[in-house]
Design a protein around this ligand. Structure first.
Ligand code: ZN
Length: 150
């Protein structure tokens, strides 16, 4: 189990140091800012939605390793997904980190996102891991307001 944990940490560190899809998107048709006052994490999620499909997704912001890696891995997981698939992923990711019922059986097919399962043991970190996802959720719903985890 130790080896697996180290691998997980390696993935989070890698995405923290070299976040994927870390850029503004001038032609995005959805853009929402998220803020986690508990830790000071800030993220802006950009979406280009066409016919209900996420053609492009990116983010900018400043935050801790967990929040940055989570946003980076999220953007990788979302490209080409439909809005419904993205909402489903949001629901499952939230279950994963918040420790809802049926979590163990869901981890298997979350792919790389499963690295955040360990966050469950650190309640203060759950908001870091889920900030980008809550922001995405608001963007999918068409909210252009700012999102706060508090
Ligand atoms: Zn944080």
């Amino acid at each position: 189990m130790t080896g697996l944990r180290e691998l997980y940490q390696e993935t989070i560190l890698d995405h923290y140091k070299r976040p994927r899809n870390f850029r503004q998107m001038p032609d995005a048709n959805r853009q929402v800012e998220g803020y986690n006052p508990l830790c000071g994490d800030r993220v802006t999620v950009y979406l280009k939605l066409e016919n209900g499909v996420i053609q492009d997704v990116s983010f900018v912001g400043q935050g801790c390793a967990i929040s940055t890696a989570s946003a980076s891995l999220m953007t990788e997981a979302l490209k080409g997904k439909t809005e419904a698939e993205a909402e489903e992923l949001f629901r499952r990711f939230h279950n994963l980190v918040a420790g809802g019922a049926g979590v163990e059986s869901e981890e298997g097919d979350l792919g790389k996102l499963a690295v955040f399962a360990g966050v469950r043991e650190f309640p203060a970190r759950v908001k870091c891991a889920s900030l980008a996802w809550h922001t995405l959720h608001a963007a999918l719903k068409g909210d252009l307001r700012k999102v706060s985890t508090e």
